[in-house]
Design a protein around this ligand. Structure first.
Ligand SMILES: Cc1ncc(C[n+]2csc(CCOP(=O)(O)OP(=O)(O)O)c2C)c(N)n1
Ligand SMILES: [Mg+2]
Length: 429
């Protein structure tokens, strides 16, 4: 007997889209789902379109730019004192960059200057989550991270002016300096993405010494497309290394808008493909940045592996001082100026009564005083002697004994971490 098939009404096939013109298939039982934590209290929705007319290229913005600014999301971890400390670092970061801009205009800077204007919360609050034993690999815009990690504004200004007493003794201008002896800071690497495997290697080194540490570095929305970003993060993921990667989505990679650089909606989605947690934060909210960084660092120190944190914000200056950022539509600047990370945090601290107006004025005056003293010292300090130019390039075997910073491996880890470390050691032989 042939059973009659029941007539099934066919549902019309709907082709919705994810807002970027890509079709989204209807859910099916085999469809998997993934979670990306999103800390933001507001989700800007606008898009940037390229307009070409002959040889002329410009960008137009559309979407809702009138949304009110969201409040700061109170931190689960930071207390009053810590919030004020972060606020102070952000102020110093901003004021130091303003001083550097003036020094550049006075012809005192050798080379260019790169600014992190609008990104101070991301730099300062992320680095604030590191412990002494952890490591940092800053990029050019993370001058705030350097301050938090123990470099002074004087060091950074002397570096930009190539002074004899600067961290590289005048041998490199701009940001290529670190401190692997005391502050656990790897120098920025200009080749975008290269810091990621280097920092993964630092975590691996510590692992082989029996410790799980957090290693933090940054990559831009443009730089994250490089092959080495994939290789480094994938390596950290499979080895469960404590890498905390901030993807600084500041909407521009040089003069290319983010939507012409990648097709995903959020760069945090990339984490799914590495098999690691992905988190989105508002990069202009210091509390969100800190909370996500703190959780990622704790995860790293437990030996559970890397985390990718996408910080959404806007680069409020050009790529460097020579770039006037003419390509950025003006309303975009206005939108993000209302979300200035320092003004937002200041308002939050005042409204919580964690700072009175008087205390705030004193704090700002203190930062200015410190900055001015550092700037005057940096300006007055000498340039290097020409004879010293070739010094410090090659190590003369008698100049200093090179001692390994760490001793032999002391594996005192959980069984799973020991197994990973042993496997790694075998592979490295
Ligand atoms: C591998 C590599 N390719 C290209 C460059 C040249 N370059 C320097 S900065 C930059 C744009 C970077 O944009 P993004 O990563 O978004 O960082 P942002 O400047 O916005 O902080 C480019 C293409 C480089 N330094 N390294
Ligand atoms: Mg960028």
């Amino acid at each position: 007997m042939v059973k009659k098939k029941k007539a099934v009404a066919k549902a019309p096939v709907r082709h919705s889209s994810n807002g970027r013109g890509q079709p989204v298939l209807p859910p099916s039982p085999s469809q998997r789902s993934y979670t990306i934590l999103d800390y933001r209290l507001e989700k800007p929705s606008f898009s940037i379109r390229q307009i070409r007319k002959g040889d002329e290229v410009r960008y137009e913005i559309s979407g809702d730019l009138s949304a009110p600014v969201a409040p700061i999301r109170p931190s689960k971890y930071l207390d009053k004192k810590q919030c004020i400390e972060i606020y102070r670092w952000m102020l110093l970061n901003r004021k130091m960059e303003t001083a550097l801009e003036n020094l550049y205009k006075q012809g005192k800077v050798v080379g260019g200057v790169y600014f992190g204007l609008g990104q101070e919360a991301c730099s300062c609050a992320s680095a604030y989550s590191l412990r002494e034993d952890d490591w940092l690999g800053p990029m050019i815009r993370n001058q705030g991270s350097l301050l938090v990690r123990g470099f002074s504004a004087r060091d950074i200004m002397m570096q930009y002016m190539a002074k004899a007493g600067s961290p590289t003794k005048g041998r490199d201008a701009s940001s290529h300096f670190g401190d692997i002896a005391k502050r656990n800071v790897v120098s920025p690497i200009s080749t975008l993405g290269d810091l990621i495997p280097v920092l993964a290697g630092v975590a691996l080194g510590a692992r082989l010494q029996g410790r799980n540490i957090a290693v933090m570095t940054y990559i831009g929305d443009g730089g994250q497309s490089t092959g080495v970003t994939y290789e480094g993060l994938n390596f950290a993921a499979v080895q469960n290394l404590g890498l905390v990667l901030f993807v600084e989505n500041n909407l521009w990679g040089y003069s290319t808008p983010a939507n012409m650089q990648f097709r995903v909606n959020d760069l945090a989605e990339r984490a799914i493909a590495y098999g690691i947690p992905g988190v989105i934060v508002d990069g202009t909210d210091a509390c969100q940045v800190y909370d996500a960084a703190h959780q990622a660092c704790e995860r790293a120190r437990r030996g559970e592996g890397p985390t990718l944190i996408e910080a959404k914000m806007m680069r409020m200056k050009g790529h460097a001082i020579h770039d006037a950022a003419e390509y950025v539509p003006k309303p975009l600047f206005e939108y993000w100026r209302k979300r200035d990370p320092i003004a937002r945090f200041e308002k939050y601290l005042l409204s919580k009564k964690w700072l009175t107006s008087r205390e705030n004025e004193t704090l700002i005056a203190d930062v200015e005083r410190e900055l001015e003293a550092d700037r005057d010292y940096a300006v007055a300090s000498p340039m290097p002697e020409s004879e010293s130019a070739a010094g410090g390039v090659y190590c003369d075997p008698t100049c200093h004994a090179i001692k390994p910073k760490y001793g032999a491996p002391k594996l005192r880890l959980k069984k799973s971490a020991i197994a990973t470390a042993r496997e790694t050691a075998v592979h490295l032989k």
